[in-house]
Design a protein around this ligand. Structure first.
Ligand SMILES: Cc1cc2nc3c(=O)[nH]c(=O)nc-3n(C[C@H](O)[C@H](O)[C@H](O)COP(=O)(O)O)c2cc1C
Length: 201
């Protein structure tokens, strides 16, 4: 069965990122995926401290915090969905800390600068990324937020099958019905693409 893990980076409970995530996962569930939503604000965790212990251990052992509850969920998920409220043209502090903590999935060579490869790569993992912002123009609003998720998620070995920028939404509940419908279609597409390929152990 295809597992899809949805991750909201918003500090606002029941806000726009949570709503968008709910709809993307609803579409995926309807198409047969097992879905789970987590909200980073509910986990106590730090950003990566750069201890580099994961180079040898092949897992994060430098910080025993809430990320230790999230790692097994990532490992099992063939698909991930990241929804983020744009903060200062970028991802939120929660989302950035989360992404940095995925550093433990890399193998590195000894030379400097060294080459690297992700232990999550080559397993047909796929992702959807979305960022919501108040401003109507992409440049003044969302800015780097999608890029800040896309590049590291691709590096980790996920194919980003869709990117959803949601512009002009400030207050809770402000996402239009058409966008929520689009979100469900994307979730369904993610489940379809994952379902037609070998599932992740
Ligand atoms: C600290 C902070 C910074 C923000 N920076 C931006 C921004 O740079 N561009 C933008 O379009 N909206 C910005 N916003 C507005 C939020 O992205 C917007 O209200 C979004 O809908 C919130 O989503 P949420 O309900 O999931 O938290 C900012 C909001 C906060 C609280």
């Amino acid at each position: 069965m295809t597992r899809i893990l949805g991750i909201s980076g918003s500090p606002r409970k029941g806000g726009n990122s949570d709503t968008l995530l709910k709809h993307i996962l609803a579409g995926a569930k309807r198409t047969g995926a097992i879905t789970e939503a987590i909200h980073l604000r509910d986990y106590q965790f730090l950003g990566c401290i750069g201890c580099e212990k994961c180079r040898k251990a092949k897992k994060c052992i430098g910080l025993q915090d809430g990320m230790q509850l999230i790692y097994p969920k990532i490992k099992k998920a063939g698909g991930i969905v990241l929804t983020n409220p744009t903060h200062n043209h970028n991802v939120t502090a929660w989302m950035k800390a989360f992404i940095d903590r995925l550093y433990c999935y890399y193998n590195f060579s000894e030379e400097r600068p060294g080459s690297w490869s992700s232990r999550l790569a080559g397993q047909n993992r796929k992702a959807i990324i979305a960022s919501i912002g108040e401003q109507n123009s992409y440049e003044e609003g969302i800015g780097f937020a999608l890029e800040a998720m896309r590049i590291p998620i691709k590096d980790l070995g996920f194919e980003v099958i869709a990117e959803l920028p949601v512009l002009g939404v400030f207050g809770k509940g402000g996402i239009g019905k058409d966008v929520l419908q689009q979100a469900e279609v994307l979730g369904s597409e993610l489940a379809k693409q994952l379902g037609s390929a070998r599932s992740v152990a």
